[in-house]
Design a protein around this ligand. Structure first.
Ligand SMILES: [Zn+2]
Length: 88
Protein backbone atom coordinates (compact mmCIF):
# COMPACT_ATOMS: atom_id res chain seq x y z
CA UNK A 1 0.00 0.00 0.00
CA UNK A 2 1.38 3.42 -0.85
CA UNK A 3 2.29 5.52 2.15
CA UNK A 4 0.06 8.38 1.05
CA UNK A 5 -2.49 7.90 3.84
CA UNK A 6 -1.23 9.42 7.08
CA UNK A 7 -4.37 11.06 8.41
CA UNK A 8 -7.98 10.02 8.94
CA UNK A 9 -10.32 11.34 6.21
CA UNK A 10 -13.13 11.52 8.79
CA UNK A 11 -11.59 13.41 11.72
CA UNK A 12 -8.07 14.33 10.58
CA UNK A 13 -6.19 12.50 13.36
CA UNK A 14 -3.27 10.17 12.67
CA UNK A 15 -3.75 6.71 11.19
CA UNK A 16 -1.95 3.87 12.96
CA UNK A 17 -0.88 0.67 11.16
CA UNK A 18 -2.58 -2.47 12.53
CA UNK A 19 -2.53 -6.17 11.61
CA UNK A 20 -2.69 -7.07 7.91
CA UNK A 21 -1.78 -3.52 6.94
CA UNK A 22 -5.05 -2.04 8.15
CA UNK A 23 -4.73 1.63 9.02
CA UNK A 24 -6.86 2.66 11.99
CA UNK A 25 -7.56 6.16 13.23
CA UNK A 26 -6.21 6.84 16.73
CA UNK A 27 -9.30 8.91 17.53
CA UNK A 28 -12.42 7.56 15.79
CA UNK A 29 -13.41 4.12 14.53
CA UNK A 30 -12.39 4.69 10.91
CA UNK A 31 -10.39 1.82 9.38
CA UNK A 32 -8.71 1.86 5.98
CA UNK A 33 -8.26 -1.60 4.49
CA UNK A 34 -5.35 -2.04 2.06
CA UNK A 35 -7.18 -4.62 -0.03
CA UNK A 36 -10.47 -3.31 -1.35
CA UNK A 37 -12.64 -6.07 -2.73
CA UNK A 38 -15.56 -6.10 -5.15
CA UNK A 39 -18.89 -6.35 -3.39
CA UNK A 40 -22.59 -6.50 -4.10
CA UNK A 41 -25.33 -4.31 -2.68
CA UNK A 42 -28.84 -5.58 -3.29
CA UNK A 43 -32.05 -3.58 -3.10
CA UNK A 44 -35.28 -5.56 -2.82
CA UNK A 45 -38.54 -3.62 -3.04
CA UNK A 46 -41.96 -5.17 -2.62
CA UNK A 47 -45.23 -4.23 -4.31
CA UNK A 48 -45.92 -1.64 -1.58
CA UNK A 49 -42.65 0.11 -2.40
CA UNK A 50 -41.05 -1.01 0.86
CA UNK A 51 -37.30 -1.69 0.78
CA UNK A 52 -35.76 -4.61 2.64
CA UNK A 53 -32.95 -3.60 5.00
CA UNK A 54 -30.89 -5.83 7.26
CA UNK A 55 -29.22 -5.18 10.59
CA UNK A 56 -25.44 -5.51 10.37
CA UNK A 57 -24.25 -8.48 12.44
CA UNK A 58 -20.54 -7.62 12.46
CA UNK A 59 -18.29 -4.59 12.66
CA UNK A 60 -17.88 -2.10 11.18
CA UNK A 61 -21.20 -0.42 12.00
CA UNK A 62 -22.60 -3.49 13.81
CA UNK A 63 -26.29 -3.02 14.64
CA UNK A 64 -26.96 -0.38 11.98
CA UNK A 65 -29.28 -0.92 9.03
CA UNK A 66 -27.78 -1.81 5.66
CA UNK A 67 -28.64 -3.16 2.24
CA UNK A 68 -28.23 -6.88 1.64
CA UNK A 69 -24.88 -7.70 0.14
CA UNK A 70 -21.31 -8.68 0.75
CA UNK A 71 -18.01 -9.62 -0.79
CA UNK A 72 -17.93 -11.31 -4.19
CA UNK A 73 -16.05 -14.62 -3.92
CA UNK A 74 -13.21 -15.40 -6.33
CA UNK A 75 -15.21 -17.75 -8.55
CA UNK A 76 -18.51 -15.84 -8.58
CA UNK A 77 -20.11 -13.35 -10.89
CA UNK A 78 -21.78 -10.32 -9.29
CA UNK A 79 -25.17 -11.89 -10.02
CA UNK A 80 -24.19 -15.21 -8.40
CA UNK A 81 -22.87 -13.33 -5.39
CA UNK A 82 -26.11 -11.40 -5.08
CA UNK A 83 -28.17 -14.62 -5.15
CA UNK A 84 -25.89 -16.23 -2.53
CA UNK A 85 -26.09 -13.20 -0.26
CA UNK A 86 -29.90 -13.17 -0.48
CA UNK A 87 -30.09 -16.87 0.42
CA UNK A 88 -27.70 -16.40 3.34
ZN1 LIG B 1 -10.67 9.51 12.63
Amino acid sequence: MPKVFKYCPICGNKLQKKDLGVLQCVSCSFRLYPNPKPTTAIMIRNEKGEILLVERAVEPKKGLLDLLGGFIEYDETAEESACREISE
